[in-house]
Design a protein around this ligand. Structure first.
Ligand code: CP3
Length: 346
């Protein structure tokens, strides 16, 4: 039970099923290139991975959007691909090309090396510990990982692709190796999340950015099953762990996802219709789901979009967010306008 002196962390409370209005708000990728101070630190750090693995820099960029906007949640600055990196796969980020890895073969699955996993990720745990110490007491600290399917798509193709055909083909041609790959990622990801919670994260989000490219049986095997495994393993260690699932693009397969995986909160992308979002909210917290392009455009498009989310979902447990990450071309003034509108809502 909450002690009288315990600070209220509204995002965590909404994840437990409470309603707050105006709703708490944070943005996926809130630390990023749309912020001049991020670009400045990024330049100093050198490579993107140096930013992720250096706690001084990672703490600094995590705090930048909190200082500027006072978001209700702060998300650890890192990347989902540090998990395969910590399993011994190579990883680099190239300007304008995104992540690049050596594509994985079937034989590579058994060669994944877990021996230095936590050692490699220790700077991430250190970042979480330092963040909890310096963040405002009422700010919810979020940890995260990628869902096994989304991680596997990058490991197999070696880069982003529009439809994840390489990973789908790998899965159908080599079903046993593919399941073994997902299971390995699920096991280490659960350990990774537990360490983040131990280090001070209040809740964690599991990003399944590519769950929208699978047929129904594969969605069940490649998305739901491994995410349920992660949630179960995390809850064995921390029965009260708060987890947000984000199966981006899942469409009608959003229905039943919360129940099948055990996540507390459901991250909605902007294509989820309001009628479905309301139905999903009847079972617990939802997070989302403003189209990030409305935030880029600003003006009427932004006002209408924010208004629709508040009006449709503000009466239940809602964490206001975008339907996917904020993009580099977003004007800071539009973020400020969005926050004014949300915080003035009655
Ligand atoms: O939300 C946050 O502020 C926390 C940090 C965070 C990043 N990536 C930082 C980042 C989080 C939670 C992620 C998750 C992530 N990374 C996902 C899942 C969410 C999603 O967007 O779908 C995925 C698929 C990745 C893999 C990844 N990392 C890609 C495809 C790219 C290139 C795209 C791009 O915007 O350049 C990255 C790089 C990346 N991760 C950047 C940031 C701020 C930009 C890199 C830079 O600063 O040069």
């Amino acid at each position: 039970m909450a002690q009288p002196s315990t600070p209220r962390r509204i995002v965590a409370e909404v994840l437990r099923g409470e309603t707050a209005f105006p709703p708490p708000v944070w943005l996926m990728r809130q630390a990023g290139r749309y912020l001049p101070e991020y670009r400045e630190t990024r330049k100093k750090a050198g490579s993107f991975l140096d930013l992720c693995y250096n706690p001084d820099y990672a703490v600094e960029v995590t705090l930048q959007p909190i200082r500027r906007f006072g978001f209700d949640a702060s998300i650890l600055f890192s990347d989902i691909l540090v998990v395969p990196h910590a399993l011994g796969r190579d990883l680099r980020f190239e300007e304008g090309r995104g992540p690049l890895m050596t594509p994985m073969s079937v034989d590579d699955v058994v060669r994944l090396d877990r021996s230095r996993f936590h050692e490699t990720l220790e700077p991430v745990y250190e970042t979480v510990r330092r963040l909890r110490a310096v963040l405002p007491a009422e700010t919810t600290l979020l940890g995260f990982c990628g869902a096994p399917w989304t991680i596997a798509t990058y490991m197999i193709a070696g880069h982003g692709t529009p439809d994840q055909a390489p990973a789908r083909l790998f899965a159908y041609r080599h079903p046993e190796a593919f399941i073994q790959l997902l299971d390995t990622i699920a096991e280490v990801s659960a350990e990774y999340l537990i360490r983040q919670l131990d280090a001070g994260a209040d809740a964690v989000q599991i990003f399944d950015s590519w769950s929208g490219v699978l047929d129904e049986p594969s969605f069940a095997s490649f998305c739901i099953r491994p995410v349920r495994k992660i949630v179960e393993k995390v809850r064995e260690a921390r029965a009260d762990a708060l987890v947000i699932g984000f199966p981006k693009g899942a469409g009608s397969l959003y229905d039943g996802y919360r129940e099948a995986t055990g996540v507390n909160g459901l991250g909605l992308d902007w294509s989820v219709p309001m009628s479905q979002a309301k139905r999903l909210q009847a079972a617990g917290a939802v997070q989302g789901n403003l189209d990030p392009m409305r935030l880029v455009a600003g003006g009427r498009a932004l006002e209408d979009g924010v208004g629709a989310v508040l009006e449709g979902l503000g009466g239940g447990p809602l964490i206001f967010n975008l339907g996917h990450g904020i993009t580099p071309e977003t004007p800071v003034a539009h973020v400020e306008a969005m926050l004014r509108q949300i915080r003035a809502a009655r």
